[in-house]
Write a new protein. Sequence first.
Lengths: 67, 494, 203
Amino acid sequence: MSVVWILFVSSVIVLPTVALLALRWAVRHGEFKNLQKTALSIFDEEEPVGRMTDRFPGGQRSKSSQP
Amino acid sequence: MSATSPSILQALSPSDTEDVAQRRALLAEIDASCRGTLMLFFGTALVWLMIGTVFALITSWKMHSPDFLADIPWLTFGRVRPAHLNAVVFGFASEAAIAVTLWLICRLCRAPLMHGWVVNIAGVFWNIGVAIGIGGILAGHGTAIEWLEIPGYATPLLFVSYALIAIWGIITFRFRREKHLYVSQWYLLAALFWFPWLYSAAQILLIMEPVRGVVQATVNWWFAHNVLGLWFTPIGIGAIYYFIPKVLGVPVYKYSLSVVGFWSLALFYNWNGMHHLVGGPLPAWLITVSIVASVMMTIPVVTVGLNHHFTMWGSFHKLKDSPVLRFMVFGGMSYTVTSLHGVLLALRSVSEVTHFTHSTIAHAHQGMYAFFTMVMFGAIYYIVPRIIQIEWPSARLIRIHFWASAIGIMLYIVPLTIGGTLQGVAMINPDVPFLDPNKYSVVTMTVPYLKVRSVSGFIVLVGHLAFATSFIWIVARWIKAARQHQPAPIVSNV
Amino acid sequence: MNYGPIIFLGVFLTIASSWIGLVLIPQVQFGRQQEVKIEETGEIYPTVRPGLAQQGMEIYKANGCIYCHSQQVRPEGYGADIARNWGQRRTVSRDYLHDNPVMLGTMRTGPDLSNIGVRQTSVLWHLQHLYNPQITSKGSIMPPFRFLFEKRKAGDKPSPDALALPKEFAPEPGSEIVPKPEARALVQYLLSLKANAPLPEAR
């Protein structure tokens, strides 16, 4: 039965403990702060918020797909 | 934690005053660095898509006309069906997924793909592995383990190529110049890590050193359900999280929801899978755990759905203009529908009816095609013109592709879900005979639905032919352009 | 959430948990399961298949029979498996001890085969059914497996191995259909599919 005990200890105690410690660390280091700011990280001056970046070919050309 | 020098980080931080021209050069440099590798992956993925579609049509036709091609051993139903699955899953879908993942990682890290030739070699070997695997299945060497049919002599090749690709993705991530980790990156990095774990564990425990008895079934379904949930789903969701906001030019609706969505998926999805064994020779606790986890999947599905659909809210008229948006929104909506449907299917009382019927097959295609494949099509339409700097040649072909794929797959899913459910209702009623050519019986009642499925397959084929034509056309233009004038060398500052 | 290592840690922990729960624990629970002696008959169950049936299993596997036929009987009250006479009792983990691979299956385009060796005991029935399912099961959508048989020129009198066929399925006069060894092995495998031993845990 020793294998079962190792499994029990590792899955029920060790894994959740590590997870909780990591969560505490993350909260303390502000990992969950200012989230909405990251949502803007995919935009820049080249392709700013408010500009569509895809069009059917042949219509009005989108800026970034021009050669 | 990034390995880049602080000066580069500083130069690219949002507070800098660098002019736009330089940023454009960086974007172009990133796109150009992926060019050869991505075109290799997309091109071969397309070949597998066409091969997989042909296998699909043969399989579907055989289901209502069993004499069709019946005398060729390597085209018997039980070999063509897994050949179809492996061609579209490990050929098309995985190659498209790898290419989209690499490009998204480069873009989101604002770092070019370094030494792309390593990934190219891995890509070539991956293709050889899939080809040997499918050849082996058709030759009768299939393993008869669902989703893992590729014979043991081809899988090490697949695993090594995959490992190389994943390592390259993670190295690119280490050299990132963007300090923000966008939500798509969480999903993509997680998928790169999860897949090799799943694949190697399943290979070792089922094919190399098989475990005994029914443990094989639990390993099989732990793998088979997770290859959807922890490999294709995160890449599909990650892609939608990038492309819908990027195409619209609108940030994600509620970024904090994406944190909930990601961690609840990570926590619950990998415990699914055993519900494929409901009623089977396994302890009740295993199956119950999976059913509970399936129900919990409503959390990530609803949060991700809210984020995707509310980002889109008020912009539906833009679907008219953007091909990428059409595919992405279709994929995103299918994800919500298919996942909630999946929760229902996992319930014991529903499963009693639908288990062992065509309704499961319809559900699988809803996930793999209506969601994942449509998202990959959208991503390919966005990425290819940017990496080779040439526009898609024909808007009409893209429209044909979208409508044929969308209508075709709906015509597949809806009738087959209904037919499969009715098949299940008949199957659990012992008064309905299993097979009787003159009466309503479990076997014969499915035939009309199976015929509709074959029709839907031809419609999907039309879409794929339009896609292939577009792709060959754009590649031809690319080669022509490359011949006419040598492109200016790209200045690399890495 | 901009710190990579913490995401990797979380991703590692989640998959490790289900790997332990759904792979390792079932292995601990069932990995060392053994044969038992059936009280009623005094026989050891389950037994390893004889060689020919084992070869037939390879034919079953190679031709993807699993994609339409399951090998599991659901318990009384859950589905109509027992009412349809697919088994006298539910199947349990011990039934699959010597199966490699374990072909439980997820589709019932055709009937369950856990007890096909109990339901259909005739070699001739199986050979005819494999040669052309319409002979024994009219309206079936199972593909014919004619490639497991060969057509030979018949001598003056039919050879003893020749397959007896009804008139409308018989080859033209002067030739005969003979099952290849693969077909015979496959039939032996099908006949060996019997999950009917009265196990105490299956009651």
